[in-house]
Design a protein around this ligand. Structure first.
Ligand code: ATP
Ligand code: MG
Length: 561
């Protein structure tokens, strides 16, 4: 991928990998991205994807995509498919290395029997609440389960009967026999199998017992010979259990778990449960609502995948949690689009402008450069005529000081076309301006005059006779609170919903060439921002999303600091 031209910034994970390659501990590195298919991926997952696939790419290793599908109740094929689509869209390829934890169910079951045989696991009859009570707290040691001393034979028999479906959910579980007095709660005889009589999206009704996350995760990593298992900080306390599983079973490899800080982004939430609630409660219009921090949402909004990869590189990986400003992500998007988006003209809030000295029913075309930043982007022709639309806010009847745009008697440059001077304003009965009458200077064709007269303001326009109508959707932050971890108790994210997060403009006028844009095609609307043809877009009914404005809030913030 093109990313490799950029110098690689080292971090503590790369330092560990460098050491492991130097010492000969590993010859080839193998990482994995292990999503649970219980929701759509978000920008936090993108960080993990870029990290895992990026390391594999940079070190000539491989990265596996593994679905951690051990909870049949919350998981769904729809999520499996969306995750694959999102990882590919981000620009990564797992090749043949697609795995499912559910493929290891038989092997994991055999491992569990081995633990029983070694006296390291027992079938427990306590129910969930009792297990919790017996576990103790950080300050109070746990109590041994009354079922902890069952014989190996009895445990084996009961575990096999659990598998055979003889018991109901919650009646029994298989627990690792570790240490109820451990200062680490995760080591107090954690449950490793529970009964769940639910159909699994891949294994169907084959299983009625399902392995728990920590047990499954470490063993799946080992089965796949993962060298470096990267996860977020909240798993630091789970590492002893991860290692306990590896130590006590005949696994083919011994992966190293390394934790890094998860990404938190301002003005949004990153919890799949909360995102699911937003979708279910119709607070947003779906997982791919362009306001969502999901990869599907960002794709629909028009964020380029390269900008997301750039963002992941810039935030880097660290051990300390922090809140990253959404402005940084938008900055990365602008950097990309400034290079790669065609510049076109669209009027979001149109007002009619008539050039009284321009011939009736006569039209001409101007050649416009598509992107001054990209010589290969070429040029296109823009039609021009007697009547145009300009932006309502580019006209002021009583201009404030320093106003360079249009006002009575003032002259401005129409981008790519002529100088025009405002002669008259026409209003309706309510006093609202409906039309601006101008004259043009025919000698100013193309943007300058023989007398080199200075005109300070340049405004954009579209030809009224040629323009297409469009709907334009403007997006703002989803939530009004920057750090959503500071949400008040008892409140839900939707209580912080930004009422301005979506504004739909239905009477926009766009250059005719834009009607035939491809869905997903990105443009700069001159002076307005970056926009992308939405999934709902068609030549008959053009619809554009605003990706970002032109204002660089990130640079502004950096200057302030
Ligand atoms: P769940 O609560 O369902 O476990 P999750 O966000 O942890 O949600 P997973 O599907 O388990 O979702 O995550 C897959 C991978 O993505 C994990 O390795 C996880 O550490 C990583 N990941 C998830 N959220 C973030 C985040 N905000 N920043 C960085 N990595 C993340
Ligand atoms: Mg998780």
């Amino acid at each position: 991928m093109e990313n490799s031209e950029k110098p690689v910034v080292s971090n503590f994970i790369r330092t560990i990998i460098d050491r492991d390659l130097e010492s000969g501990k590993h010859k080839k590195i193998v990482t994995r991205f292990p999503p649970e298919p219980n929701g759509y991926l978000h920008i936090g997952h993108a960080k993990s994807i870029c990290l895992n696939f990026g390391l594999a790419r940079d070190y000539g290793g491989v990265c596996h995509l593994r679905f951690d599908d051990t909870n049949p109740i919350k998981e769904d094929l729809e999520y499996v498919q969306s995750i694959m689509e999102d990882v590919r869209w981000l620009g990564f390829d797992w090749g043949d290395n697609l795995f499912y934890a559910s493929d290891y169910f038989e092997q994991l079951y055999e491992f569990a029997e081995m633990l029983i045989q070694k006296g390291l696991a027992f079938v427990c009859d306590l129910c969930q609440e009792e297990i919790r009570e017996y576990r103790g707290t950080l300050t109070v040691p746990g109590k041994n389960s009354p079922w902890r001393e069952r014989s190996i034979e009895e445990n084996l028999d009961l575990f096999r009967r659990m598998r055979a479906g003889e018991f109901e959910e919650g009646e029994k579980s298989l627990r690792a026999k570790i240490d109820m007095a451990s200062p680490n709660l995760n080591m107090r005889d954690p449950v490793i199998y529970r009964i769940k009589k639910a159909e699994h999206h891949r294994t169907g009704e084959k299983w009625v017992i399902y392995p728990m996350y920590d047990y499954t995760h470490s063993l799946s990593d080992a089965i796949e010979c993962i060298t470096h298992s990267l996860c977020t900080l909240e798993f630091e306390d789970h590492r002893p259990l991860y290692e306990w599983c590896l130590h006590n079973l005949p696994v083919p490899s011994y992966p190293q778990q390394i934790e890094f800080a998860r990404l938190n982004l301002s003005h949004t939430v990153m919890s799949k449960r909360m995102l699911l609630d937003l979708v279910k409660n119709n607070v947003v219009q779906g997982w791919d609502d362009p306001r969502m921090p999901t990869i599907a949402g960002m794709r629909r909004r028009g964020f380029p995948p390269a900008a997301i990869r750039d963002f992941a590189d810039r935030i880097g990986v660290a051990k300390a949690s922090s809140l990253v400003d959404f402005e940084l992500l938008q900055f990365c998007v602008r950097e990309d689009l400034n290079q790669n988006a065609k510049r076109v003209m669209a009027v979001l809030d149109p007002i009619l402008l008539t050039i009284e000295n321009y011939p009736e029913n006569s039209f001409e075309e101007f050649e416009a450069i598509n992107n001054p930043e990209d010589p290969d982007a070429g040029t296109r022709m823009i039609p021009f005529g007697k009547q145009l639309y300009i932006e309502r806010e580019d006209f002021a009847e009583e201009p404030p000081k320093g106003w360079f745009r249009l006002s009575p008697g003032a002259e401005v440059r129409l981008k790519h076309a002529y100088y025009v001077t405002c002669k008259e304003v026409i209003k309706d009965a309510q006093g609202k301006i409906t039309e601006i009458i101008c004259t043009h200077d025919p000698q100013s064709r193309g943007g300058s005059t023989p007398d080199k007269r200075r005109v300070k303001g340049t405004i954009h326009w579209v030809s009224a006779a040629h323009a297409a109508d469009a709907e334009v959707r403007l997006y703002e932050q989803l939530f009004t609170l920057a750090d959503m971890s500071e949400m008040e108790e008892g409140k839900a994210p939707e209580d912080y919903m930004n009422p301005e997060s979506l504004k739909v403009l239905t009477h926009c006028k766009i250059e005719p060439s834009l009607a035939s844009a491809e869905k997903g095609e990105r443009f700069q609307f001159l002076r307005q921002g970056y926009f992308c043809a939405d999934l709902d877009h068609s030549p008959e009914k053009p619809v554009f999303n605003r990706i970002v404005t032109l204002k660089d809030g990130w640079a502004r913030q950096q200057r302030k600091q």
